[in-house]
Design a protein around this ligand. Structure first.
Ligand code: DAT
Ligand code: MG
Length: 194
């Protein structure tokens, strides 16, 4: 595994719910041909499959809580292996959610060369999620769950940013700007990798 993906760049994309991670990742895929792996999307696909594991996951996600670490990591790892031969880079979107998840990822897969910190204000994230909830069909895009997800983000994920800042790989991106301007900064951070 480590062999297979050793030449690929690994980028962690971290930010609160509704900060714009998915939106920016899509644009990176279009411009750079990276593989986008959203831990949330992988988990939601498992739920949609109707499997027993999916049913357990659904209950956890509906409460706005974090899914057990090994489950998420195994799913990301399998998806990375599947794309290893064709991928120049991987966008790991929405992971790590807590410092421990980052440590386990590095043990089992590899080290990130960049962490894109997609930063928006709490009130902006709530507004965007309420709007997204009108059409997303996501069980967690409702006011009560949004509040829990935000609280958990500040408590569990902000330490992730501190942890990787000390390693010098964090680029903070102002996601209050219009989508294309945000992407300008994202692209700059990726271009600086070369
Ligand atoms: N810079 C921006 N300006 C305005 N709206 C934005 C934005 N970035 C994203 N959005 C919108 C698109 C979605 O409906 C919603 C949440 O974006 P998202 O990419 O799904 O976030 P995340 O993946 O971080 O949860 O906000
Ligand atoms: Mg997303």
């Amino acid at each position: 595994m480590a062999d297979k993906i050793k030449d690929a760049k690994i980028i962690f994309v971290v930010g609160g719910p509704g900060s714009g991670k998915g939106t920016q990742c899509e644009k990176v895929v279009a411009k750079y041909g990276y593989t986008h792996l959203s831990s949330g999307d992988l988990l939601r696909a498992e739920v949609a499959s109707g499997s027993e594991r999916g049913k357990t996951l659904q209950a956890i996600m509906q409460k706005g809580e974090l899914v057990p670490l090994d489950t998420v990591l195994d799913m990301i790892k399998d998806a990375m292996i599947a794309k290893a031969d064709v991928s120049k880079g991987f966008l790991i979107d929405g992971y790590p959610r807590e410092v421990k998840q980052g440590e386990e990822f590095e043990k089992k897969i590899g080290a990130p060369c960049l962490l894109l910190y997609i930063d928006a204000k709490g009130e902006t994230m709530v507004k965007r999620l309420m709007k997204r909830g009108e059409t997303s069909g996501r069980a967690d895009d409702n006011e009560e769950t949004i509040k829990k997800r935000l609280d958990l983000y500040y408590k569990a994920t902000e330490p992730v940013i501190t942890f990787y800042t000390s390693r010098g790989i964090v680029r903070k991106i102002d996601s209050e700007l219009p989508v294309d301007e945000v992407f300008g900064h994202v692209a700059k951070a990726i271009d600086d990798l070369k």
